[in-house]
Design a protein around this ligand. Structure first.
Ligand code: CA2
Length: 147
């Protein structure tokens, strides 16, 4: 039995669907969760889907993924641009790490063009709204190498 894919979302994403739909889409985070669960099920695997506004909580969950996940999908939100501690935690993982963004940060303000998380990511999916999460799960599943 393949271990679940852990899907982490960072600060403010609990408010998804309530503002800036032209940038982030209309889906709520519960909608994104449902889409991730369905996508994982289509691959015969499961997801552990979590969101936190707290850097330390996200780091604890990254550490937990070391043992209990087959791959990690992470939308670090604002912490991607600021958190060396989150990068350090991600660098301890030996499973695939897919960085995921709803928008395309590279096409936005200068300060969004750099993410520390990218330094530890196997690959990045950005700019497809909620579908970025589904594409990230597809990519993660492709990298797991299920036998
Ligand atoms: O595009 C993404 O997924 C981001 O990770 C979202 C972050 C932003 O800081 C990154 O540069 C790109 C912002 C998350 C804000 O969360 C929302 C809250 C309410 C409504 C919509 C989004």
């Amino acid at each position: 039995m393949v271990k679940p894919i852990h899907v982490l979302s960072g600060p403010n994403l609990n408010l998804l669907g309530t503002r800036e739909p032209e940038i982030y889409g209309k889906d709520t985070l519960d909608d994104v969760r449902a889409r991730c669960e369905a996508r994982a099920e289509s691959h015969g695997c499961t997801v552990v889907f979590r969101q936190s506004n707290h850097e330390g909580m996200l780091i604890d969950w990254v550490q937990e993924a070391r043992e209990s996940a087959s791959a990690l999908v992470i939308n670090p939100a604002g912490y991607g641009h600021t958190s060396i501690a989150l990068l350090d935690a991600l660098k301890t993982l030996s499973i695939p790490v897919i960085e995921c963004h709803l928008s395309n940060p590279a096409a936005r303000e200068d300060f969004r063009r750099h993410t520390y998380v990218s330094l530890a990511a196997t690959g990045i999916v950005s700019g497809f709204g909620a579908a970025s999460y589904e594409l990230a799960i597809d990519a993660a599943f492709g990298l797991i190498g299920v036998k």
